[in-house]
Design a protein around this ligand. Structure first.
Ligand code: NAD
Ligand code: GLY
Length: 344
């Protein structure tokens, strides 16, 4: 299966379960971490031929998506005498693809890179769309660039070794896309337990199609791409309040979607049945939907740290029924606090 990301001169294909021999006439570096390389590097190496192949292993974890690791990657590229024709391959989850893409975007003013994502989250979301970056002490993904990969290879077989908790954190992002854009995908997820590789590949394909379409319409997030942040406005506050330790990103998004849905219900955008069926679906995949807010005023104030908030207005991305979205930036503080109180 192949999905096109249509971006004129920067268009590329996402190949799903079609990774076969890759041949390069230039220097190539695979950027990965020990967890992924221990499990899958041998398989990948058997498929790659390059003039000069380097492996750069970075430490595993969100804490390492930072300047030090970026600098480490860049230095390795200089040591290996990489030039402007060289190519990077990101082999890992979203942390690896975000930092590799960023390194590729700045090494000698920009070189090519390819994503071979190995988590569900990175296959259905992070590896497509060209958002690259690192974190600093001021927050997540605050330094970065838009730099599109040359190709993306999503192989469902890599997910066989992914811990269940990481897997369902990825499912949360799939549920996000279903609620915003595709009622049939929502129904599919209600029926499926995602136990077979066929079902997982179907989810990957559907989500990649949605993401590719959104990115093709709005690469730089000036309008529709913002909808991919449904659940994130609340989720980011929860992640921040818990020092990024208690919840995986997809778990926080799951709670965030439920909170957003309560707001949508309060505004008559979704019915009680829809509110309940979405929470039921999240719970079916063992995702959390509740978080006890200690101080609703402080929680509300943190919405203003969101990259989407501007001119003192908070942008809420809400379902307008299942499969349709609405973006609102005029909801009164009283109504939002009323909803947050339900989670106290
Ligand atoms: P991750 O990259 O930290 O991977 C999760 C864990 O799974 C890691 O320990 C990793 O080593 C391990 N792992 C990876 N593949 C494995 C496999 N096949 N088997 C066993 N273990 C495996 O986390 P993630 O959820 O993939 O990505 C989260 C990151 O993605 C965040 O930094 C987030 O900001 C970023 N992100 C970026 C975008 C984007 O559009 N650029 C979108 C969403 C998220
Ligand atoms: N994951 C959100 C985006 O790519 O825009």
């Amino acid at each position: 299966m192949q999905v096109d990301v249509d971006l004129k001169d920067f268009s590329y294909k996402v190949f799903i379960d079609e990774l076969s021999q890759l041949k390069f006439n230039q220097n190539v570096a695979i950027i990965t971490n020990q967890t992924v390389s221990g499990l899958w590097l041998k398989d990948l190496l058997s498929l790659i031929e390059a003039k000069n192949l380097n492996i750069i292993s970075i430490p595993d974890g969100e804490n390492y998506k930072n300047f030090d690791t970026l600098n480490f990657i860049l230095e390795q590229l200089f040591v290996a005498k990489f030039d402007r024709k060289s190519t990077l391959i990101a082999f890992g989850g979203g942390v690896v693809s975000d930092i590799t893409g960023f390194a590729a975007s700045i090494f000698q003013r920009g070189i090519d890179f390819i994503n071979i994502p190995t988590t569900l989250l990175s296959q259905i979301d992070a590896s497509v769309g060209g958002k690259t970056g690192i974190n600093n002490k001021f927050g997540k993904n605050l330094i970065g660039s838009f730099h599109q990969p040359k190709a993306v290879y999503c192989e469902s077989k890599f997910l066989k070794t992914l811990p269940y908790r990481e897997f369902v954190a990825g499912v949360a992002e799939g549920i996000k896309m279903a609620i915003m854009f595709d009622k049939n995908l929502f129904k599919f997820l209600e029926k499926s337990d995602l136990k077979t590789q066929n079902e997982i590949s179907k989810l990957i394909k559907k989500c990649v199609e949605i993401k590719a379409k959104v990115v093709s319409l709005d690469e730089r997030e000036s309008n529709i791409r913002v909808v991919l942040n449904y659940g994130h406005t609340f989720g980011h506050v929860i992640e921040n309040n818990t020092n990024y330790l208690k919840f995986l990103h997809g778990e926080a998004v799951s709670i965030g979607m439920n909170m957003a849905n309560h707001l949508a219900f309060r505004l008559n955008l979704i019915s009680k049945d829809e509110l309940v069926s979405i929470e039921k679906l999240l719970i079916k995949f063992n995702l959390p939907t509740r978080y006890k807010i200690k101080d609703i005023e402080k929680f509300y104030d943190k919405f203003f740290l969101d990259k989407k908030s501007s001119n003192k207005k908070i942008k809420f991305i809400l379902p307008n029924g299942i499969g349709k979205y609405i973006v609102k930036d005029d909801i009164s503080k009283d109504i939002v606090l009323e909803v947050l109180r339900e989670f106290q």
